[in-house]
Design a protein around this ligand. Structure first.
Ligand SMILES: [Mg+2]
Length: 126
């Protein structure tokens, strides 16, 4: 499974690589990292149709295109991709994210056990 993580904080890539080290080694998941909404869309568009990415996990607060705008653009252009939001400001954004079609909503700091359950359908193996 290919998943895309979008966050302007570059440390997030390291975090995902650490928490998913085993699953990455076992080829159960492959992560593509993007560092802005624009970067994410460009990477999706360069993948061929339809993109192989099944799920996008995106931060909301980013310079330029924010995560909610990215969510709307992805749902319009690539409706089969699941898009979940990640933010430290859950109260502020929850309603907007859900009405824009977010598949899930996570708060920072990320609970990787919950995240694995979503990605791997319950077999967490945390
Ligand atoms: Mg951010």
């Amino acid at each position: 499974m290919k998943a895309m993580v979008v966050d302007d904080e570059r440390d997030v890539e390291l975090l995902f690589r650490q928490y998913f080290r085993k699953e990455i080694q076992q080829n159960r998941i492959e992560f593509i990292f993007a560092f802005s909404g624009e970067d994410a869309l460009e990477k999706l568009q360069n993948m061929g149709q339809p993109p192989e990415v099944m799920v996008i996990l995106s931060d909301i607060n980013m310079p330029g295109m924010n995560g909610l705008d990215l969510l709307k653009a992805v749902k319009r252009t690539f409706p089969t991709i699941k898009v979940s939001m990640i933010t430290a400001y859950s109260n502020q954004y929850y309603k907007d994210a859900m009405s824009a079609g977010a598949d899930n909503f996570y708060t920072k700091p990320l609970d990787f056990t919950t995240l694995k359950k979503e990605l791997f359908g319950g077999a967490a193996n945390a």
